[in-house]
Design a protein. Structure first.
Ligand code: GLC
Length: 747
């Protein structure tokens, strides 16, 4: 056999083995699924109707994350087998105690599922999700979730109520902080990365069930007011709000949480169209749906259920499998069955979905596998975890302005004044949904600068004002401190309870008298660098016109101060890009990059066009925006062909050059615009991006492959298709500054 045929034989053998392994793995997975179903069947056969309903009942510990709904003694429900899950019970010891009651004192010894809100870290706190998204680094985002899962599972908890994947275009809505911003493509990638981080195989003791929430379109709250109604077209639902949930389900998310608000007139926690038709039928979702805090009971407040009995009926019939905290299922379902108003198989199906997850986690084999106090001590808040938090915090920071290269800080500065209510604010580094993060362990900007600035640079701190009150009595001290320094760092922004749940703001300006403080400090004529600590886009036009530099520092978690100082002193060249648009003024909101052109697209100095008479249409800082300490130049787009065949592909490429003197990273973004379609199309849609690193002076070719599938949209009849016609593509460093080219999709 000659050399060539030997290689051929070896390659075919390798291929055969890999096919065999794949087939073997598939058959193993199939066998495992069958085995679990058989074990679920065996338990279901033993259960009474009441015990099946009990699995659908979730109760909270005394650490409430919503309004008080019952004074009942939870553990009585557990002893009677009338509780399948508890939330806010945390710690190897605490969960063991509760689990022992369920396993030893209930008739069938079915273990409990423990859930908790691990939104951006458990004990080691990571940047809030909106900040992490600004890294545009899916590997780091997955790693962040993985570490959160390890710490959470070491604390006895099996399930996190995350990722929150609600798209939001309205910065008045405080929960924009918990999500991945305004774009469905980026939001889908982040959703999948976080699910992968939480759930690897589900059969070890470091995995936790993910819970994509809040299903669905909760972020479209009218007026940006939390819990408010949402009313959107079916096309907007499918194009904007559903994709990240589909990505989470495709990534294997074990659970979904139904939302509080009414969607097009039907509350999300009683919405058969979204829960049963889209999620369980069309998407074939096999996990289970848990309602958000009390949202089944709130069907009464919505006016779609006369009483708790009707609420229970609507919740179960619509597809909510587990009821969080409002106890209508455990109080009303048995009677509804007896009256023939609810089908028994709906209860069995919901119970099966929940038991399936308990078997997948291995809780029937070892109910205490997560309740190991030794493991808890060794795996939580480790130096490695803090380092990982620092790493992603550095990448989440967005440089919004840097006039005359005021940053990175000159190493020869003799003195720096650090002024502002967010300069030495531990709670604000952790933010809302702090998990078990300890505020006193957070590194503030002041602490970070003290450890990073050169010996010869004096750092003087003055608070200047509170975060959100009208008191100006500290101004004078701050102004004097500024006058005595070579440069001022102004630390401004929001308080920890000013973003997250139920924190909607009608005004996106800096709170309190912070802007007045900024004006007084800038009036001294000193160079001023602004560091923002905030969980949402703010309206910072005045600062943008008057400050020398602006750094978007978000809410960066335990290592916030170290990450910010790394960027300010130049250890790190910032590379973050905005996942949300920043408005010029609050009145512009909702403002987002993927808007429609309208019949009268804006043209400068034209009268009969879509515009405001007192504000530009464009955001102050657009989606995808972020500067670097270096600069990047883009060549014109090269297309491999101007015609894309129906089953072909074409290549679009640009050469990106680091034309500055510092190594750096840029996120090369790829957008399309369907120039003529059956429905109006966004002026841009993000379809791909590549985060690249370039040494000073280096040039790299960045390539994007365009296939017909990426051009699909919901046509006039809601068919998801790609239509022949002309398409414009945009490649650039943000959604505004792009090179353009046109190609056509052929018939
Ligand atoms: C809250 C939130 C939800 C959270 C749940 C449990 O009200 O809306 O995001 O997961 O209750 O704490």
């Amino acid at each position: 056999m000659n050399h060539k045929s030997k290689i051929g034989a070896i390659l075919s053998l390798i291929l055969f083995c890999s096919v065999l392994t794949k087939a073997e793995n598939n058959s193993k997975a199939t066998l495992e699924k069958k085995r679990i179903e058989q074990r679920v069947d065996s338990v279901m056969r033993l259960m009474t109707l009441e015990e099946k309903i009990g699995q659908l009942n979730q109760l909270s510990s005394s650490e409430k994350t919503g309004p008080e709904l019952s004074k009942s003694n939870n553990m009585d429900y557990v002893r009677k087998g009338l509780c399948g899950s508890m939330l806010n019970v945390v710690g190897a010891e605490m969960t063991r105690k509760a689990q022992e009651i369920a396993v030893n004192e209930s008739r069938l010894h079915i273990p409990l599922l423990f859930g908790y809100d691990v939104i951006h870290g458990f004990k080691t706190i990571f940047p809030v999700p909106l900040a992490e998204t600004a890294s545009w680094d899916m590997n780091l985002i997955e790693k962040s979730a993985r570490i959160a899962a390890i710490e959470t599972s070491a604390s006895g908890v099996h399930w996190t109520f995350a990722p929150m994947v609600d798209i939001s275009r309205d910065a008045r809505w405080g929960r924009i902080m918990e999500g991945a911003g305004e774009d469905p493509y980026l939001g889908s990638l982040v959703a999948a990365a976080r699910v992968r981080g939480f759930q690897e195989q589900l059969n070890n003791n470091t995995d936790i069930l993910a819970c994509a929430k809040h299903f669905v379109a909760y972020g479209a709250a009218i007026g940006g007011r939390d819990y408010n109604s949402t009313d959107i077209s079916e096309r907007t639902l499918y194009e904007t709000y559903l994709p990240p949930f589909k990505a989470a389900v495709d990534a294997g998310a074990a659970t979904i949480m139904s939302a509080f608000q009414d969607l097009n007139g039907i509350p999300a926690s009683g919405n058969e169209f979204t829960l049963r038709k889209i999620l369980k039928h069309d998407w074939n979702f096999k996990g289970f749906v848990v309602s958000d805090w009390g949202s089944v009971g709130e069907l009464i407040n919505h006016g779609v259920a006369k009483d708790r009995k009707e609420a229970a009926k609507m919740g179960l019939n619509s597809g909510v499998d587990m009821e969080m905290c409002s106890l209508t299922y455990v109080d009303e379902l048995a009677q509804l069955i007896r009256e023939g108003l609810v089908k028994k198989e709906l209860i069995s199906n919901a119970c099966r979905r929940i038991l399936r997850m308990k078997f997948k986690l291995g809780l029937f084999d070892d109910p205490y596998k997560y309740c190991d106090t030794e493991r808890e001590k060794n795996l939580i808040f480790t130096p490695q975890n803090r380092q990982a938090s620092l790493e992603i915090a550095r990448k989440s920071i967005v440089l919004l302005k840097n006039e005359n290269h005021i940053l990175p800080l000159d190493k020869n500065l003799k003195s720096i004044a650090l002024i502002g209510p967010l300069a030495d604010a531990k709670p604000e580094m952790i933010g809302q949904w702090p998990g078990k993060g300890e505020e006193d362990k957070a590194v503030t900007l002041f602490a970070g600068l003290k450890s990073h600035l050169p010996e010869n640079t004096k750092l003087v701190y003055a608070k200047g004002c509170q975060i959100d009150d009208e008191n100006e009595s500290l101004f004078d001290e701050a102004i004097q401190t500024a006058k005595n320094a070579d440069l001022v760092i102004l630390a401004l922004g929001e308080g920890k309870m000013m973003s997250g749940e139920n924190t909607s703001r009608s005004n996106l300006e800096l709170p309190g008298v912070q802007l007045d403080l900024a004006k007084a400090i800038i009036k001294t004529g000193k160079p001023v660098v602004v560091i923002l600590t905030n969980g949402r886009p703010l309206a910072i036009s005045w600062l943008n016109s008057h400050a020398g530099a602006i750094v978007e520092g978000w809410i960066l978690g335990t290592e916030a101060g170290n990450a910010l100082a790394d960027v300010l002193v130049g250890n790190i060249n910032p590379s973050g890009k905005l996942p949300v648009s920043f408005p010029v003024v609050t009145g512009q909101v909702p403002v987002y990059y993927n808007y429609k052109s309208t019949g009268r697209p804006y043209v400068p100095n034209e009268q009969w066009v879509t515009k405001y008479i007192d504000c530009p249409n464009d955001a102050l800082f657009p989606f995808g925006f972020g500067l670097s300490y270096t600069s990047f130049t883009y060549s014109d787009i090269k297309l491999s062909d101007s015609k894309l065949q129906p089953n072909g592909e074409i290549i679009a490429s640009v050469d990106v050059t680091n034309s500055g003197s510092i190594d750096g990273e840029d996120v090369v973004q790829f957008y399309i615009h369907d120039m003529v379609a059956q429905t109006t199309r966004p002026v841009k849609e993000l379809k791909d991006f590549k985060k690249i690193r370039l040494s000073a002076g280096e040039t790299k070719q960045v390539v994007f492959t365009i296939k017909p599938d990426e051009l699909r949209y919901y046509d006039a009849n809601m068919n998801f298709i790609a239509e022949p016609g002309d398409f414009k593509i945009f490649i650039g460093t943000n959604s505004r500054d792009c090179k353009e080219a046109i190609f056509s999709l052929e018939k």
